[in-house]
Design a protein around this ligand. Sequence first.
Ligand SMILES: NC(=O)c1ccc[n+]([C@@H]2O[C@H](COP(=O)([O-])OP(=O)(O)OC[C@H]3O[C@@H](n4cnc5c(N)ncnc54)[C@H](OP(=O)(O)O)[C@@H]3O)[C@@H](O)[C@H]2O)c1
Length: 333
Amino acid sequence: MKDSFQALVLDKKDDGLHSTVTDVKLKLDALPKEEDGNVLIEVHYSALNYKDALGLTEPGKIVNQYPFIPGCEFVGKVVESDHLDFKTGDEVIATGFGIGERHFGGFSQVAQVPGNWLVKLPKGMNMRDAIAIGTPGLTAMLSIDALEHAGVRPGEEVLVTGATGGVGSFSVILLRKLGYHVIASTGKTDSPYLHELGADTVIPRHELEGPIRPLARQRFDAAIDSIGGTTLANILSQIRYEGAVAACGLVGGSDLPTTVYPFILRGVKLIGIDSVMQPIERRLKAWERLGELLDSNVLDHMIHEIPLHDVPRQAEAMMRGELSGRTVVRLHN
Ligand SMILES: NC(=O)c1ccc[n+]([C@@H]2O[C@H](COP(=O)([O-])OP(=O)(O)OC[C@H]3O[C@@H](n4cnc5c(N)ncnc54)[C@H](OP(=O)(O)O)[C@@H]3O)[C@@H](O)[C@H]2O)c1
């Protein structure tokens, strides 16, 4: 391994935030360690998420310590390991656990995290596919796992909101692959993309944004919702008897203006999904399933690959809502 590596370093000065790709001297002791069992990783790919874009553009949001290396998720090869489960050469993915928020992240050719935060790539999955899936794919898989645990079964009608977004797109693809009838809700007028992903029916977002009735016509067996707010309240009132909703996001707001009626008169279940601190056993199971269900052809369509030095510019574009699909950051040429 070389004695220096490149990283995007975010710093806060009097005139605001500055992010610069810099040569960092390889001093392993300088990379923060959380606990025993640390693993040193040569990072091959990271991804630009909304959270990263927010941290790179707005002081004090997401990142609170400077100078800092952001990047909430990464994929790479183990270089050194103090953890029994990992050895040199293993290919691993790291998401959640405060990586890129409180712990130096993946916009760096080298990263160090506790082995307990890592998942080995499932058999047959390459590193580029793994980062394409990343947090949104994992969140979609955890949502489906939760719905299945609540008794939802293939063939049933599952609503996906924010369907053209990261979590939404993966939810549509995975549900379809598993044999569910997928109803995709979107704010976009042009819907061929969602049919290509596997949606059986596409409905306009505004259908779920109207005034909330405590109990409305029963339309869906289950739902994966990344919007929250009025949308989630409307969904709850339209879920069939003993159906379930996996709530994972708040794009439309963090309030929930609902009543207890869907729960006490229709036995509806509302299940919260968190991918960030999800225990490793459930992560492993979810990644195994993702490996079985997704293939490179589908993922290739979703990827927009950029070099490390382009991250600040693309972060600005993401904040202006100009990006779509997965923005994958290449750490080596
Ligand atoms: N719980 C977890 O562990 C976890 C993990 C990852 C993400 N999340 C959360 O899940 C949410 C979605 O994440 P993502 O990565 O999928 O985001 P994303 O790629 O930005 O997608 C969000 C989608 O929501 C729809 N949308 C945008 N603005 C909206 C609005 N004002 N009202 C209603 N719908 C709107 C759009 O889809 P359409 O145009 O198709 O409607 C958009 O593509 C976020 O709140 C994120 O923080 C949670």
